[in-house]
Design a protein around this ligand. Structure first.
Ligand code: NAD
Ligand code: UFG
Length: 342
């Protein structure tokens, strides 16, 4: 069975490629390397001792997508490719809408043309906006608070429309909570370009000495310690959620929607403590104002995925912190080689 993975060189994509290869799927990656590099794919092949095919191609360039579908008989597509920085999406919304929406429309047109109608789409817990209660089930009302979130919401709606028009499509909308951690080998992990936007890469760059201190965005939320609470999920658990979704997709379910989270919430201060324990380093931090647009808490009811896919997250907070640290320590500059090394 051959799977096309768009954005397969990125953080979640690379971990999913590892699990796909381990399960003996044939893997074809399409990525423009706008937020990743070829080295992650070399390491995926190193970890698994298996080969994948990859194309440096842009979803904004339809002929290059055709090229991939002409070369390979694809059975299903896992679509990770997209821009994902919430703050940046507020400053340059058109770039986000163009890349995420037009890119997806081009992909869907190619899938239609080559009669490949099985799709797993990377959605996000951000489509729940500022939820009124917790844990969040898939039935909660949806809303968007920024262009990134709106791009996810619009794509979800487009995919629902597509299925209404043509019942041959099978589409899984996977709503991820907060992916963290890295592959246990320390070979692949999250490699933010520039200053990290997200909590865990920021904390681990403080721990390794690249950044002086973390800003904790607010200590006056209505949460047990006053800092924001999120449902952090190990990226390998998340990757395995995609593997468990594929057989479901091939059973012709139409459109299915699953939360991929652990169901547990941890605060910013708990994450700091977790990384201090894993690294043995003191993490310096200061409390600052809330980050505009942040919500107090967000955690999943993930029982639907357990019931229907047989999937649940198994890795603990300690695993998430240990693997984050292992990746950071082994690759202080991410995939870039240290100065002096060729
Ligand atoms: P990432 O940036 O590491 O990976 C995305 C990949 O897509 C990158 O390799 C990038 O080069 C590629 N890409 C972007 N635009 C492209 C285009 N036009 N053509 C071809 N390739 C393109 O991000 P990630 O964290 O691995 O996220 C993967 C998906 O999951 C994204 O759709 C993201 O929105 C979604 N998601 C991520 C999170 C998170 O916190 N990481 C949470 C919820 C949802
Ligand atoms: N935080 C800090 N300091 C930082 C960064 C974050 O205190 O330097 C806090 C935030 O205020 C929040 C928590 O850490 O309370 C988590 O923040 P992240 O930026 O890591 O994650 P978010 O929950 O804000 O958003 C992430 C992704 C979104 C995605 C969402 C839900 O960035 O794309 O999870 O899946 F939509």
């Amino acid at each position: 069975m051959k799977i096309l993975v768009t954005g397969g060189a990125g953080y979640i994509g690379s971990h999913t490629c590892v699990e796909l290869l381990k399960e003996n799927y044939d893997v074809v990656v399409l990525d423009n390397f706008s937020n990743s590099c070829e080295e992650s794919l070399n390491r995926v092949q190193k970890i698994t001792d298996k080969k994948l095919s990859f194309y440096k191609a842009d979803l904004l360039d339809p002929p290059s997508i055709d090229h991939v579908f002409e070369d390979h008989k694809i059975d299903a597509v896992i679509h990770f490719a997209g821009l994902k920085a919430v703050g940046e999406s507020v400053s340059i919304p058109l770039k986000y809408y163009h890349n995420n929406l037009t890119g997806t429309f081009n992909l869907l047109s190619a899938m239609d043309k080559y009669t490949v109608k099985n799709l797993v789409f990377s959605s996000s817990a951000t489509v729940y906006g500022d939820p009124a209660s917790f844990p969040i089930t898939e039935k909660f009302p949806l809303s968007a608070t920024n262009p990134y979130g709106r791009s996810k919401l619009v794509i979800e709606e487009v995919l629902q429309d597509l299925y209404k028009s043509d019942k041959d499509w099978n589409i899984a909308l996977l709503r991820y909570f907060n992916p963290v951690g890295a592959h246990e080998s320390g070979e692949i992990g999250e490699d933010p370009q520039g200053l990290p936007n997200n909590l865990m890469p920021y904390i681990s760059q403080v721990a390794v000495g690249l950044l002086p201190r973390l800003k904790v965005f607010g200590k006056d939320y209505n949460t047990p310690d006053g800092t924001g609470v999120r449902d952090y999920i190990h990226v390998t658990d998340l990757a395995l959620g995609h593997i468990q979704t594929l057989p479901k997709l091939l059973s012709n379910p139409g459109v299915v929607i699953y939360n991929l989270g652990t169901g547990n919430g941890f605060s910013v201060l708990e994450m700091i403590k977790g990384l201090e324990k894993a690294s043995g380093q003191k993490i310096s931090y200061q409390i600052t104002d809330r980050r505009p647009g942040d919500i107090a808490a967000c955690f999943a009811d993930a029982t639907k995925a357990k019931k229907e896919l047989g999937w649940e997250a198994t890795k603990s907070l300690d695993d998430m912190c240990k693997d984050t640290w292992n990746w950071q320590k082994k690759n202080p500059q991410g995939y870039r080689k240290p100065a002096g090394e060729q």
